[in-house]
Structures are given as structure tokens and as C-alpha cells.
Design a protein around this ligand. Structure first.
Ligand code: NAD
Length: 482
């Protein structure tokens, strides 16, 4: 897919109209939150952007009831083609206001403006366009007769791709005829709250989309355990995913879990080395490595290891770390102090456990949360840095001799979300793709996303798929969410 086609129109205006404070959006209007409030801050400056109201259990109850009423009285009675029109409208409005959303996402999350402008927001629009196209076709798509929506979907998302994760969840849910209560992550609620304007501009009926920022243990927990919710779609850490699965065990609530990962990026000696270097950089330093499917383990064939690592370090030396609003920046700020502490703590185990550490020497701003791109070589599969999801700009390099050894090492992980293979031998590519226990295997590329492709994990990376046909069937009673 050519993302440039979906990039903001040159004439679009990028005036950021932010409020000083935001409440909750329930039943088509802004209401006060009853769980306190917290500032959302810019991780690049630590300055507050806006004060955000936090939902408590009572607020969640109101949101679920509003979603139920909208489902019963409006949304479930509407034809698919009418629902599709709303989704097309939302997609077009997002395109028109793409620059504004790109700036807001960059300020709230810390990721480079080049990425939000050229990747995140164009993909958000692409997701809505894709699922708009599904809405009027569900009766005829061979999914069984009269597919029915599940009802009210509770959706809980993380901070690494805030608006994109909203799109992955809201677009298929609405296309399939569900109504939504969405809880954004604590540190990145801004673009979800701005999305309310888009829903209103699109004329979406009240209660179809409800946005309820709040703490995970309070608002998230209340949403998961609310008896009026028919489906929980969660993207986040494996530990919280496990907790949610336990909470819902034995209930009839449909569940999709998109959890963590420790992607293996495998480079064979017959790969196009320079392209593989580029792909490796994109695989781990894109979005500061805050990517569930990041290629955080690089497996290089032993006979090209030294050449590859040297080229890799040379390329990483050219990365520009700093102000995410500068369009030349490659690596922005770490999303929160908590995440920075986690990255530092796991990285600190690298050298004592026997790996060699290389860190990009560069200046970083005084305020804000920063971590310089880091590469560990001489890593073994038992090292903490090879096993735990760091979720930061940290690459662990391992070696292998044979394809079987590459497979064994790649699969030696509790996670199974993503992998990449670099080789010019087609048969080897196919054998590897077959043997890798990962939900997505990229061939001579990494970190490519498209709304037509299913995405999801095996093992501790979760279950269920988002994207394409699988993504929409996960919101249908006929469609096997588990
Ligand atoms: P997290 O699990 O701490 O939080 C995710 C969301 O869950 C937040 O909105 C949070 O408020 C909420 N939450 C926390 N506790 C809860 C509870 N008890 N009940 C209900 N909701 C609760 O994860 P995070 O730190 O925000 O995100 C990083 C993690 O997300 C990483 O592990 C990453 O791999 C994963 N992730 C996975 C995918 C994927 O598609 N597989 C995509 C992006 C991120």
C-alpha cells in the first residue's frame, strides 16, 4: 500500500485546537469524570498539555449503558450501508485533519512527527476506509447467514500507537454493528479525545462511541468486569492480558488479546545486506522501539555477523535523536519516566550477563525522557535482554549457523508475535516462514502494516486477530472471537 497517497493533503490546515481540560465523552456529550484527574504531559519536555478527567466505576457504568441504548435503539437497526457511510465520513475527516492529529500525537506520545505524519495517521485513515467497505458486505461475505454483532464492545488500548490502536478497534467494531466504550492509555489520551470531534462532525448517533480515559486498575477493570459488555478487545502487556483472561474465564464475553512480543529478525548470508541493515534499523528503532512486533532480537548468520554489525552501527550512528516535532528527527522521546526506568533496568542486565554494549553517542535534551539507541552483541538466548520485552530502542544480536539453529533460537521465546527473514533464496524463505511460531513473518522487510492483513500472536503474545476479514469477524456473534 502506498501510504503517501493517504498522507495529509498539502492544503490541510494544522491548527491544533486543544482544550485546557477534558472530561469523558458519554452518550454524545462531554460529562465530568468522578475518578479524579491527571495531566497528560509531553514526554519530550515534561510540560503538561491538558488536564484529563479519569473515569471511575460509576462513569464506566454510564458509558456501558449509553452504548447499550445506542446499540438497541439505533446502531443494530441500521443497515450496513448506512453504517458504512458514517465510517467513510470518519475516514475522510481524519484525512482532512491529518496534520492536526499528527502534531497532537507527536506532542502527547513523543514519537517523531515524520512517523505520525507519514505512517500513523495515514494508517488510521486507511483502517477506517477499509472497514467502511466491509459494513455493507457482511451479509454476502460467506461468514454464515445473518451475522450478528456482539453488542457492546469494551476496548482498552496502550500508549505506543494511540490513535492507530483506536482505529484498529473502533473501525471493525462499528462496521460489524457494535457500539463501543473505549479506554485510552493513561499517558496518551489526547488523540482519542480529539477523535470525539470527528465523530460529532460525522454525525455519529449519540452513544455509539464513548471515550472514557482512566486508570487501568479502576476504569479498565470496571469495563472488563461490567456485566453489560459483550466483548473485550485488549491491547497491552502480557501481565494485564493474563489478568483480564482470568477475570473473564467462564463468562460468555468474547475476548481478543494483543499482547507483548520479542520479534526475531533473521539475516542469512545471502541477504541483500544493505537492505537488511535498513530493515533492521526500522525493525527496532521505529517509534523508539515501542512496538509490540519490533525486531528486538537480531539473528545474524555467523559468517556475515561482523560485516553486518559494523554496517549496522555505522547506519545507527546517522540517526538523529531529539525534538519529535522536528521533521528531521528519527528517534523521539521515550513515552514516560516509568517506561524509561524499565528500559534502563532491563538494559543494565546486558553486560553483567556477558553481552557487549554499544550506545549511540549523541546529545539529548535536558528535559524529557530519552534513551540512546543501543545494540548488544554476543547475546545468548538465556540472557534477560533476549527474553524480556524491553519495548525501547535496544537491539540484542545473536548468531546462528544453520537454518534449523535460526528457527530454534527464534522460537525459543515465550512470545510469538512477529518475525522477519532476509534471504534471496525463496525456498529457504518459505521453510522459515513455515517453521516460525509467529503471527506475522515479514519477508525481506520489517514493520509493515496494512488493514487487509490479519495481525495477532501465538503463545504469550495473545490470541485473536485484528485486521482484514479476521478483524471484522472478531466482532460478530458468528465469527469466533476466540
Ligand atoms: P499495559 O498493559 O500496562 O496497559 C494497556 C492498557 O491496559 C492501558 O489502557 C491500561 O490503562 C489498561 N490496564 C492496565 N491495567 C488494567 C486492568 N487491571 N484492567 C483493565 N485494563 C487495564 O500496557 P502498556 O504499558 O500500556 O503497553 C505496552 C504493552 O502493550 C507492551 O507489552 C506491548 O507489547 C503491548 N502492545 C501489544 C500490541 C499488539 O498488537 N500485540 C500492540 C501495542 C502494544
Amino acid at each position: 500500500m502506498n501510504l503517501r497517497e493517504l498522507a495529509p493533503a498539502p492544503e490541510s490546515t494544522a491548527i491544533l485546537n486543544l482544550r485546557d481540560s477534558y472530561g469523558l465523552y458519554i452518550d454524545g456529550r462531554w460529562v465530568d469524570a468522578h475518578g479524579g484527574s491527571m495531566a497528560t504531559i509531553s514526554p519530550a519536555t515534561e510540560k503538561p498539555i491538558a488536564e484529563i478527567g479519569l473515569a471511575n466505576a460509576g462513569d464506566i457504568d454510564l458509558a456501558v449503558k449509553a452504548a447499550r441504548k445506542a446499540y438497541d435503539t439505533v446502531w443494530s437497526r441500521m443497515s450496513g450501508s448506512e453504517r458504512g457511510k458514517y465510517l467513510f465520513r470518519i475516514a475522510r475527516l481524519l484525512q482532512e485533519r491529518a496534520r492536526e492529529f499528527a502534531v497532537a500525537e507527536t506532542v502527547d506520545n513523543g514519537k517523531p512527527i515524520r512517523e505520525t505524519r507519514d505512517i500513523d495517521i495515514p494508517l488510521v485513515a486507511a483502517w477506517f476506509f477499509h472497514y467502511a467497505g466491509w459494513a455493507d458486505k457482511l451479509d454476502f461475505a460467506g461468514l454464515g447467514t445473518n451475522p450478528r454483532a456482539l453488542g457492546v464492545a469494551g476496548q482498552i488500548i496502550p500508549w505506543n500507537f494511540p490513535l492507530l490502536m483506536l482505529a484498529w478497534k473502533v473501525a471493525p467494531a462499528l462496521a460489524a454493528g457494535n457500539t463501543v466504550v473505549l479506554k485510552p492509555a493513561e499517558t496518551t489520551p489526547l488523540t482519542a479525545l480529539m477523535f470525539v470531534d470527528i465523530c460529532e462532525q460525522a454525525g455519529l448517533p449519540a452513544g455509539v462511541v464513548n471515550i472514557v480515559p482512566g486508570l487501568g486498575e479502576v476504569a479498565g477493570q470496571a469495563l472488563v468486569t461490567h456485566p453489560g459488555v459483550n466483548k473485550i478487545a485488549f491491547t497491552g502487556s502480557t501481565s494485564v492480558g493474563r489478568h483480564i483472561a482470568r477475570e473473564l474465564a467462564g463468562t460468555d464475553v468474547a475476548l481478543t488479546l494483543e499482547l507483548g512480543g520479542k520479534g526475531a529478525n533473521i539475516v542469512f548470508d545471502d541477504a541483500a545486506i544493505d537492505e537488511a541493515v535498513e530493515g533492521t534499523v526500522n525493525g527496532i528503532f521505529f517509534n523508539q522501539g515501542h512496538v509490540c512486533c519490533a525486531g528486538s532480537r537480531l539473528l545474524v548468520q555467523e559468517n556475515v555477523h561482523d560485516e553486518f554489525v559494523e554496517k549496522l552501527k555505522r547506519r545507527v550512528s546517522t540517526l538523529r535523536v531529539g525534538d519529535p516535532l522536528d521533521k528531521n528527527t528519527d528517534v523521539g522521546a521515550i513515552n514516560s519516566r516509568e517506561q524509561l526506568d524499565r528500559i534502563e533496568a532491563i538494559s543494565a542486565t546486558g553486560e553483567p550477563e556477558g553481552a557487549s554494549r554499544w550506545t549511540l553517542e549523541c546529545a539529548v535534551p535536558k528535559a524529557g525522557f530519552w534513551f540512546r539507541p543501543t545494540i548488544f552483541t554476543g547475546v545468548s538466548t538465556s540472557n534477560t535482554i533476549a527474553r524480556e520485552e524491553i519495548f525501547g530502542p535496544v537491539l540484542s544480536v545473536l548468531t546462528f549457523r544453520t537454518p534449523q539453529e535460526a528457527l530454534d533460537k527464534a522460537n525459543n521465546s515465550p512470545y510469538g508475535l512477529s518475525a522477519g527473514v532476509w534471504t534471496q533464496t525463496a525456498s529457504r524463505m518459505l521453510t522459515m516462514a513455515d517453521g516460525l511460531r509467529a503471527g506475522v513473518v515479514w519477508s525481506n522487510t520489517f514493520n509493515q502494516f496494512d488493514p487487509t492483513s490479519p495481525f495477532g500472536g501465538y503463545k504469550e503474545s495473545g490470541f485473536g486477530r485484528e485486521g482484514g476479514r479476521h478483524g471484522v469477524t472478531a466482532y460478530l456473534a458468528a465469527g469466533g472471537a476466540r
